[in-house]
Design a protein around this ligand. Structure first.
Ligand code: GLN
Length: 241
């Protein structure tokens, strides 16, 4: 069975390409019944209000909630993180429907507007311990949300340091978490050449362990023979197929 990528809106093609790079077949999900044929699901970044309206139009919310409740692995990136949060602030008037399941509060546009988008090197000890590679990950934040608070069952996987006010004091903002079957990142790993988050997510599905073990030899981050590896410096952004 394949990995599903919610394909209503946003960066679903980039996730499908990132999965292909680690040798995993992804399928586009637009209807509730398609969720029966996948082992795990990625909810991409995009615009969460628009995505929620489309999900409502296609009556997807009950099926998405059931998918999460069944304990199947689900990964939300950026707008996908907002979808999975139990509570969101900074929403448009009237709010928007959420899938929920992730015990946290997100701020929808924490870092500001589109032009305040940025990239940052994030320390990722847990990811590096599981997937190897460098101890940091290049996070691409596009009008990104942030996680304001998390419940006791939520593991923080990455934070970004931000300067506060005119003082030189720095504070840490949570940008990647895991809670059981749910993974959520405020940034966009599908826009970088570093496949470790995709590979990490694949390992959250017991039935995919074998595929991933085989696939890890073709995880192109680690494969100096691969075409992309030779064409692009490791930290160059972004990469599209
Ligand atoms: N902040 C955006 C929203 O509210 C999400 C941005 C993104 O997914 N790149 O939907």
């Amino acid at each position: 069975m394949a990995v599903g990528v919610l394909a209503l809106q946003g960066s679903f093609n980039e996730h499908l390409a990132a999965l292909r790079r680690i040798g995993v077949k992804g399928v586009e999900i637009r209807k509730a019944e398609q969720l029966d044929n996948i082992t795990s699901l990625i909810i991409p970044g995009g615009e969460s209000t628009t995505m929620a309206k489309l999900a409502e139009l296609h009556n997807l919310f009950p099926a998405l909630r059931e998918f999460v409740r069944m304990g199947k692995p689900v990964w939300g990136t950026c707008a996908g993180l907002i979808f999975l949060a139990d509570k969101a602030v900074g929403q448009k008037i009237g709010g928007q429907e959420l899938v929920g399941g992730l015990d946290c509060t997100v701020h929808r546009n924490f870092f500001g507007s589109q032009i305040q988008s940025f990239e940052a090197e994030l320390p990722v000890p847990e990811l590096a311990a599981k997937e190897g590679g460098p101890s940091s990950f290049r996070g691409v934040f596009i009008r990104a949300p942030a996680i304001l608070e998390v419940g006791p069952g939520v593991e923080v996987l990455a934070s970004v340091s931000i300067k506060e006010g005119s003082a030189e004091s720095e504070s840490k903002v949570i940008v990647a978490v895991k809670q059981g079957n749910i993974l959520a990142t405020a940034f966009h790993p599908e826009l970088t050449i570093d496949s470790r988050w995709h590979s990490y997510f694949m390992k959250m599905s017991p039935s995919n362990n074998e595929i991933t073990a085989a696939g890890s030899s073709s995880n192109y981050y680690e494969d100096p023979e691969s075409y992309l590896y030779n064409k692009q410096p490791k930290t160059d952004l972004p990469i599209y197929e």
